[in-house]
Design a protein around this ligand. Structure first.
Ligand SMILES: [Zn+2]
Length: 290
């Protein structure tokens, strides 16, 4: 919000005339502070053209960028008890949910869709950080199981884009139970001998890192993504040591063998397609009549 809309009285604002420049025409890169034209940023998949900083993306961005021509079919996810503990902190959990739904247009912090990636069938589950910090409650757990069932049904690989602050504390123990629940989702694919590809995006922390996010066949991370269980400050206070530079970042985890690949966003789609083709070679009979 600019000083004009914040501090100038509405009447004076009317005198000054309608705002001609639409809001959000420019964005500022949080890493290099350069101003970027919004359209250019969008075209560049929300990667800063000046310094290459990967900004946070929505779950729907992930689907648009991953599937061929941005075409996919979303599936409806199972309904879960809305507020199992009738939890209240400074606000009622039911109200927080309502707000998050209005803000994002999503039911909860996960969307699941199927479609083609370079001509191959795939199921993609993408978490939404803008929905209550991508926290994992019953809806996310059930959504992951639904995604796994769909992948098995379609004999297709499952790709999961993770971004989360961890468990949804408003659901208490119910949210913790989503850790084993999501593990079951990954096991369903392993039993069906189908690959699970995890794409770790900024930030992936807490109970999500401690469950399905570390159980893929291949772990890919976006550059600079924060990936960890506990926060760096908590660890530092516990071990009483200064943590190394870049700790809990994608590149550091890649150097230490936690992550298989660090892949730039504009190469993600091609990389996913390549990995899928390596893990699932086409077995159709080749016409050798020539
Ligand atoms: Zn930048």
């Amino acid at each position: 919000m600019s000083w004009l809309s914040e501090y100038v009285r509405p009447r004076i604002r009317t005198l000054l005339g309608q705002r001609e420049v639409p809001e959000n025409l420019w964005s500022q890169c949080p890493a290099c502070q350069q101003m970027i034209f919004a359209k250019e940023l969008e075209k560049n998949q929300k990667v800063c053209p000046h310094c290459g900083h990967h900004m946070r993306a929505t779950a729907l961005d992930r689907l648009n960028w991953t599937f061929d021509d941005g075409k996919y079919t979303r599936i409806e996810l199972p309904k879960v008890p809305a507020d199992p503990l009738t939890f209240r902190d400074t606000k009622r959990y039911a109200d927080r949910l309502k707000e998050a739904r209005a803000k994002t247009g999503l039911d909860d912090a996960l969307v699941v869709a199927h479609g083609l990636i370079e001509g191959r069938q795939a199921v993609v589950a993408a978490m939404a950080f803008d929905f209550m910090g991508g926290s994992m409650g019953a809806a996310v757990g059930e959504g992951l199981v639904a995604a796994a069932k769909l992948a098995v049904l379609q004999d297709a690989p499952l790709i999961i884009y993770t971004t989360s602050g961890g468990a949804r504390m408003q659901e208490g123990a119910v949210s913790l139970m989503q850790m084993p629940r999501s593990v079951i989702a990954t096991l369903m694919l392993k039993e069906a001998r189908l690959p699970v590809l995890i794409v770790l995006t900024d930030p992936t922390t807490g109970g999500v890192t401690a469950s399905f996010a570390m159980l893929g066949d291949i772990h890919i991370a976006e550059p600079g993504a924060l990936i960890g269980f506990a926060g760096a400050r908590v660890i530092e206070q516990t071990v009483r040591e200064t943590l190394p530079e870049g700790f809990q970042r994608a590149e550091y985890l890649h150097d230490h063998g936690i992550v298989d690949m660090v892949v730039k966003r504009n190469e993600m789609r091609a990389t996913l397609a390549r990995v899928i083709s390596l893990l699932r070679p086409v077995t159709e009979a080749v016409d050798v009549a020539a």
